[in-house]
Design a binder for this molecule. Structure first.
Ligand SMILES: [Zn+2]
Ligand SMILES: [Zn+2]
Length: 143
């Protein structure tokens, strides 16, 4: 994949780049991601915060208590509402970037599915991925 990766929200007010290689995606089926996305959950690329750069705009931040009990900051576009990324309050060194906001994710696969016990009956749990009924323990990056 070409580096840096680029991404944006739906309306284009917020743009970002990722200068680290993204090799895998994690699907989260927790109830918070369902509400935040309006869909079956979220699909995320875990990237080091040092490799993530906002190049335009400032997202809004919403602090939620995750199903794991941790505080999770969810960042989204205040104009169009696209969820962009999330960060654990206790692990600011990692960001979970919503894969659907990346411009190009060709070749990437979902390698892990978490919170599968709350997956919707119509939600897709990737059968080839590692599956966790809840939050996987370390060394998995973040939610
Ligand atoms: Zn937007
Ligand atoms: Zn989630």
């Amino acid at each position: 994949m070409p580096a840096p990766l680029t991404g944006s929200c739906l309306c284009g007010a917020i743009k970002y780049t990722i200068s680290a290689p993204v090799t895998e995606l994690r699907a989260c089926h927790c109830t918070n991601c369902q509400k935040a996305s309006g869909a079956g959950g979220s699909v995320n690329a875990a990237v080091p915060s040092s490799a993530f750069k906002l190049t335009q705009g400032t997202p809004k931040r919403y602090a939620s208590i995750a199903d794991s009990g941790r505080t999770l900051y969810r960042y989204f576009c205040g104009d169009c509402g696209s969820p962009l990324y999330s960060q654990r309050a206790t692990a600011p060194e990692t960001m979970m970037v919503r894969a659907g906001t990346l411009d190009d994710t060709s070749g990437l696969k979902i390698t892990a599915s978490i919170w599968t016990r709350s997956a919707r009956s119509w939600g897709h749990v990737e059968p080839s991925s590692k599956q966790f009924p809840g939050q996987p323990d370390a060394p998995a990056p973040t939610k």
